[in-house]
Design a protein around this ligand. Sequence first.
Ligand SMILES: [Zn+2]
Length: 358
Amino acid sequence: MRYCKGCGFPVPYGKFLAWTSDGTIIGRDAARTRLVYIEVDELRSLYDGVSRLMNSPVDPLVYRAEKEVGKRFIKTLLPAFLAKAPRGKLIRPEAAIKATSKYIFNYMAGLGMGRAEVYEYHSGDHSRVLLMDPHSVPLIAGDGAGVFEFMERVGVQAGWQRIKADEYIVTIQKVSEEPPVEEEFALEEIQYRPGNVQMEKCTRCGVPIAVTGSIYLNFEKGILRHSKTGVRLVAMPVQSFNAVVRELSREFGAALPGLMEGLEQKYTREASNVRETVPPGSSILDMFHDFPWMGTGNPVRANLEGGKVVIAIDNPFHPGIVAGRVAGIYEAWTGSIVRTTWIEDVPGRVTVTLERVA
Ligand SMILES: [Zn+2]
């Protein structure tokens, strides 16, 4: 791995990702995949929280949602020589699979998803993959199953087993001769609301100084941490995040989105370090200063209206979850408890209203 002489970040980082002026992080792949930095504990608290409140394990649902999304990402991520490599049941694609896995595992490590290696591979039948320090086992298992299905043209199921504190074996097993019929998703062109976020960028690699100054990437381990707090982060495709929320909503019903917003608000209230990082006397908008480089969205307005605080975020990665996060940060900053409501009053903007209750 080569590191930038300007900022010390791995050189490929700026080649793969672009930080925009509208509060989004966009991958330089064919699908222009949007990414967002999320704390690993935040993601786990959301999934574990739903599991606890619904009294039902969510891992199989997370896995199922990601398998479909993962397959689509893989197609767009693969360099041309791999995407064109022969695959299917007549020509067993061992070499292509190995090259593909290496490429994808490196990409995932750069995003902070941990390290993976193919441990065993039997073309057309099964594979076992070793995961070290995964951010989420069901998400990676979903990706792995998606790759195997895409390359081998068979239907698979994945299962996993913990072997050490932070090591897992994922087993991908053929279950049918044909892969499930893929829904043809028309990749909709998402229009983001234009913004004027300005970020000073490393002149050599183009990664914003706010990023290189805030996070530390251990590429060998695939672990990304906030350099000041040590908190582990992961850069997650927004479509993966949303696919899981959709799958959980389908399973548990209409109450689910509101429940996840509440979990997010509580997690953020307890975990936020806004009081240490934002100086006293700052404006309300300053509390959300790290939203743009994290890809959370673009904070554009904060007002007091009749005793309520109204905050508008353009291009939120998920309107309800971002509303929960806004509320949690405000609570951490003020030491109060608020009632949260939000609307998408214009496309691509969430307007959050906070009312103090305690
Ligand atoms: Zn640089």
